[in-house]
Design a protein around this ligand. Structure first.
Ligand code: ATP
Ligand code: MG
Length: 481
């Protein structure tokens, strides 16, 4: 696979090169314009100075004038023309006079100020000249006395410009290298951080995960944010892994006990010949253990499906009063067997409608009422009430049983958690019932709450979004009128 870093470097290199090229062209053109302007100004000044010097001295003094104005081979040259444009004198660095063009002569004579022109010497060399017309003092008129001209071969300016261009290209290349070097250093550091992180993540063991599993220094802000997001993810993964390990351990433990009992009873029964009644008794006992096993497996499956998030609850309209009535009818014989007074308080004429999965909600209410009956070993009472207030339907199960110790309240909805009292009673529950209740109710966008005090009984309340038209349906037949 191609490394994205290499491509990134290439892209940064190209962008930097483009940037540097544009900067070089811009600076070169600005400098050229500046040099040209300076040169033109200098030529004008020299042409003017020449016109002044010629006024006081004879053109034959040209060598001395040259010394004063400073001419050199290949550099600035000087020329003087008469009013008709004929050459009078020229500096020694010219082989022959460069003729004065008619256009320049006319313009200079009209304006009496320096006129600039690109022309060619007798040898065809390109030159830049400034021509200044010197007026002759005559009363009432302004006539041209002579033309003073200062010029320079453009080759020297081109050389100058070339030097500037080379210097700029060199500087631009150096700048490009520096930019690329800085980008490369940054990317290398960034890449090293990512590589370090990747290496550590690859070597992580699921069993040894914890929120600070990644331990290395990160200098880059983005990579640091990525590292901390991964740390958080690892923390969650570690929690999930621990919970899963615990779940598997507890599930195995819960399944092992009935299996061990089954095996033991079978072994005892097979040790010698038994009567038909003894075999029946063993089979009956085994059946109870198998029923318990099947209930645990069924509960585990329900929770596993809920964890996987599928299937979502059905959305069928249902009457909570009818649903609670069915649960009470179903558990009535159990309550009776334990001498517990089980009653549905709300009135059938006050339907509390909501939308949900009827079977699942039936299971949730069943689990809570079943727990309430189990919590009443001394023949206390269990009351079920259904109401709807402010758009919330409530199923309340109140028992006057053993209650729950405050320190155990927060854990009763955990999977496989059973209270000390339940363990002491030798209850055959697996501690999954309330976890299933919570999962079902939350999948219906509802909640389940508990209030309890040891020895004073408990109140479990399931709250669900309801569809009651009136907005308020109070529980109990008397209050319903
Ligand atoms: N109304 C109640 N009063 C007192 N303790 C309760 C009450 N309801 C639940 N508990 C206790 O809370 C714990 C968790 O209940 P849960 O229904 O999850 O498990 P279980 O009844 O032990 O087993 P399962 O429902 O899986 O057969 C149990 O130990 C149970 O005794
Ligand atoms: Mg239970």
């Amino acid at each position: 696979m191609k490394s994205p870093f290499r491509q990134l470097i290439v892209v940064i290199g190209l962008v930097a090169a483009l940037f540097v090229a544009v900067a070089v062209v811009f600076v070169r053109d600005s400098l050229r314009a500046r040099v040209t302007a300076d040169l033109d100004a200098e030529l004008k000044a020299r042409a003017f100075a020449l016109s002044r010097l010629v006024e006081t001295r004879s053109p034959r003094l040209m060598p001395y004038i040259e010394q004063g104005l400073g001419t050199a081979p290949g550099g600035v040259f000087l020329q003087i023309f008469d009013a008709d444009g004929n050459s009078i004198a020229y500096s020694s660095n010219l082989d022959a006079a460069i003729p004065l063009s008619d256009t320049v002569r006319r313009l200079a004579a009209e304006r009496f100020e320096a006129v600039l022109e690109d022309s060619r010497s007798s040898s065809g060399e390109a030159t830049r000249v400034a021509t200044f017309a010197r007026a002759e003092a005559s009363p009432g008129k302004r006539e041209v006395g002579f033309f003073a001209q200062a010029g320079i071969p453009l080759a020297s300016r081109a050389q100058h410009s070339e030097r500037i261009t080379f210097a700029l290209i060199g500087g631009g290349a150096a700048l490009w290298c520096i930019l690329l070097g800085i980008a490369w250093l940054f990317i290398r550091r960034w890449r090293a951080s990512l590589r370090g992180m990747t290496k550590q993540i690859a070597s992580l063991e699921l069993a040894s995960l914890h929120p600070n599993s990644l331990a290395f220094e990160v200098h880059d802000l983005d990579v640091a944010e990525l590292a901390s997001a991964i740390q958080r993810l690892l923390g969650r993964l570690a929690d999930t892994h621990d919970a899963q390990q615990q779940f598997v351990a507890e599930a195995s433990h819960e399944l092992r006990t009935p299996l061990a009992i089954l095996l033991g009873e079978n072994d005892v029964a097979l040790r010698r010949e038994r009567t038909a009644a003894e075999y029946r008794e063993t089979l009956q006992s085994n059946r109870e253990e198998i029923a318990r096993l099947s209930r645990i497996v069924d509960n585990l499956l329900t929770l596993a499906r809920a964890d996987a998030g599928e299937p979502g609850p059905l959305r069928e309209p249902l009457n909570l009063h009818t649903l609670c009535g069915e649960v009470c009818d179903q558990l009535g014989p159990v309550a009776e067997g334990r001498r517990v007074a089980l009653a549905l308080e709300s009135c059938p004429s006050d339907p509390v409608e909501c939308v949900g999965d009827r079977l699942a909600l039936h299971r949730a209410v069943f689990n809570i009422v079943e727990n309430a009956i189990s919590a009443c070993p001394g023949g206390e009472s269990v009351k079920v009430d259904v109401s709807c207030t402010g758009g919330i339907a409530r199923v309340t199960v109140v028992d006057t049983g053993i209650g729950i110790a405050p320190e155990q309240m927060s854990r009763i909805f955990d999977r496989f958690y059973r209270t000390d009292a339940a363990r002491a009673r030798g209850s055959d529950g697996a501690g999954l019932g309330l976890a299933i209740v919570k999962s079902i109710v939350e999948s219906h966008r509802g909640s389940v709450a508990v209030q309890s005090a040891p020895g004073c009984g408990s109140t479990f309340t399931i709250s669900l979004p309801c569809m009651c038209a009136a907005g308020t349906v109070e529980g109990g037949c008397e209050s319903a009128g």
